[in-house]
Design a protein around this ligand. Structure first.
Ligand SMILES: Cc1cc2nc3c(=O)[nH]c(=O)nc-3n(C[C@H](O)[C@H](O)[C@H](O)COP(=O)(O)O)c2cc1C
Length: 246
């Protein structure tokens, strides 16, 4: 069966960013990977009200398409997040979407799903934007892979297979062969301490997933030095954070 990728566009226009997604879709279909492209502007996504109910009660009281979209993301073997660069960062629509996924920072739902980012810009903001997007993927428990960027002067250039080879490799490979970065291991430790000491709902989720006794979300090839650093960080943080009784 073909692998499935969800490509999320967040520009209202079907222009530069969308053009790259279409190019990627056509190339992926030749290597038996199906790509569904969606546009966040086609969905009703309300602004986060900041009530924190999603974090504390696992419920959002806004009635819109977010639950459906968050379920949808979990059905795919890989995700492409894309955005035009606005004021040196992601589009507002993508930020609205990301803010509403806040519960995933505590109770990650995309563990092991590879993510590739695609951004277009007139000229500035690529590094800053991709750094932020990679960090979001890590906080979701997902696995950041390749980043594709184009300026308006190069946006018509075909995407080269080497630009997405890492993404495709991770879609195809056994998760046991994944090599989490130190940033991923540290975020795992932070979330685990929050689960054990701060939010009871998180503890239950982490226990059900079997993560409380793990160094990472799943068995993977963790470099020994990174493992030692992450373990030390975890122990230090665990001691420092006071238990919150709800
Ligand atoms: C509101 C807005 C803000 C932008 N900010 C930047 C920017 O900070 N730096 C830049 O180089 N280009 C900026 N651009 C240009 C877009 O990033 C660029 O045209 C992009 O490729 C548009 O993608 P799209 O065709 O998919 O909408 C901005 C465009 C808009 C409309």
């Amino acid at each position: 069966m073909n692998k499935k990728v969800l490509a999320i566009n967040s520009s209202k226009r079907k222009r530069n960013t969308y053009g790259l997604l279409i190019d990627i879709k056509e190339q992926f279909e030749k290597i038996n990977i199906d790509v569904d492209i969606i546009n966040l502007h086609d969905y009703n996504i309300e602004l986060c009200t900041g009530c924190e109910s999603c974090i504390l009660k696992d419920k959002c009281f806004l009635d819109d398409d977010m639950d459906m979209l968050m379920n949808k993301l979990q059905q795919y073997d890989g995700i492409i997040l894309s955005t035009p660069i606005y004021l040196n960062n992601i589009s507002g629509k993508l930020k609205m979407f990301i803010d509403r996924t806040c519960r995933w920072v505590h109770r990650p739902a995309l563990a092991g799903i590879p993510i590739m980012n695609v951004v277009t810009t007139s000229s500035s903001g690529i590094k800053n934007t991709l750094k932020y997007m990679d960090n979001v993927a890590v906080q979701w428990g997902a696995f950041p892979t390749d980043n594709i960027s184009r300026k308006v002067t190069t946006v018509k250039e075909k995407v080269q297979p080497k630009e997405y080879e890492n993404f495709v490799k991770h879609i195809m490979m056994d998760k046991k062969l994944y090599k989490p970065s130190i940033e991923q291991l540290i975020y795992f430790s932070v979330s685990k301490v929050l689960a054990l000491k701060v939010i009871k709902r998180d503890a239950k989720y982490w226990e059900d997933k079997g993560w409380l006794s793990k160094n990472y979300f799943y068995d993977s090839k963790i470099n020994i030095f990174k493992k030692v650093i992450a373990n030390r960080f975890y122990k230090m943080l665990y001691k420092k954070v006071n238990r919150v009784e709800e």
